[in-house]
Design a protein around this ligand. Sequence first.
Ligand code: F6P
Length: 550
Amino acid sequence: MIGRVELPSWKLLAEHAKEMKGLHMSALFDEHENRFAEFSIKLAPFLLDYSKNLITTDTMQLLFSLAKDCEVELWRKKMFSGEAINRTEGRAVLHTALRNKTQRTIYVNGEEISKAVQDSLIKMESFSNKVREGHWRGYSGKRITNVVNIGVGGSNLGPQMVTEALKQYSDNSVNVHYVSNVDGTQIANILRPLNPESVLFIVSSKTFTTTETMKNAQTAMKWLTSSSFDAAAIEKHFVAVSANKANATEFGILEENIFDMWDWVGGRFSLWSAIGLPIAIDLGFEKFMELLDGAHEMDKHFCDSPIDENAPIILALLSVWNCTFLGAQSQAILPYDQSLHMFSAYMQQAEMESNGKSVSWYGVPIDYPTVPTIWGELGINGQHAFYQYLHQSNNVVPADFIGSIESVTPIKGHHETLMANFFAQSQALMNGVNEQQVREDLKVKGRTPEYINQVAPHKVHKGNRPTNTILMRRISPRTIGSLIALYEHKIFVQGIILQICSFDQWGVELGKGLANKIEVELRCGKINPTHDSSTKELINYYQTIKNTNL
Ligand code: F6P
């Protein structure tokens, strides 16, 4: 049982980090004219520039050695070939098989799975076409005009993020909506303007046990049947995507209306499966396949490129470098493309649910920092909100800047303004501006010495803040597919390097279990006296105010 900290490359990196902390990126740029050429990769869907990290050639060589010492290539092979690398659940991890364009044969527990994947795609194609072309009709014979996807976490974030990202590619033959929150406000607001006769519900839940999803699905069913006066209407208006057919049929969904999911696909990596059905209905099946093509291209790059030219591996190594060795605790995702407005929310689940853990795969506590808090917002909005913190707080927040060369909605003059900010911000974060420069600038502007003395320290930007830049040609199903797969593989490699079980999520269970018990207390009005005083009094206060007519 060799812990990562015992690896020679890890020890060397720890020593190297001490030296690097004393350096400034702007000096590294001054010293090394070809820094961009050395620390960037051009791939078909985008360019990745990682030169604005606190790294040198030596840093990268040590990180590449770490990847080798951690046998990243071997683990990659294990994942793609269907080994049960999800150790705690004894499952294979095969979201890549969902976009396996080369039709490799893959076995899970002795069973070949590509045929099942293919069959599911055929069913999705046929169904999405029927809905889009108006052949699938509601109980009264009306065309389906609105699709409501009910699901949460991985059964919501991926499809919704992609639907939003590819809005410009939709022909709007059907409107797609997403309900994830058990707060009734969301479903009520979505259903209020809709006509039950022309709404199709997709209940998306891998387990078909998720409380929030089940409650929303029940409400949707009541809404439909109370207006149709006919339980038989359900078969025209409800389909499900689930690995738990028994629960879905028991819930009332016709068996032939159930789309398959498999336990070898993690929820947060599932948008490539029938969980992506709302995407296929919104964009058309062809575009859904282009999304899969884009992901497959990234899979090929990840599998075939050497470590030192491998974008997902490099991103993972940089994350480990910035967080574990240099001490950053959070990571911002900053898209400069409106289409990606949900991308950081999606990435939060992808990375934090996968690697936000503190026990190694040997079941022993990990004593080094693992993955950062992922957060973010559209870059331009962030500039007028939290960039102050990125530039001048004492906490260094590495950031990924993601932008497009062409807008999908070109409006004269807008894109240059947007992209000027995109380039300027990562430059400012890297270079900063020192006190002498600030003073000179103020002097040139004719400020008085008193004013300069007062204001100069506040205008200093230390810089030296790491960023990666991903620059796409333009948002398309293919580029989005590649972008998502890039981050999926980054997360996988991070997990291998940090010795984390990336594909389970035990940390969500405790709260779920307690909520189930407390819900019973709220319904029957009996508070468990063994709760801690805070929880007990909060529930007490809630019940008292609720029952008071004030
Ligand atoms: O509670 C977390 C989680 O299990 C996620 O991992 C998952 O994506 C989400 O809930 C939804 O699960 P399901 O698809 O089974 O409803």
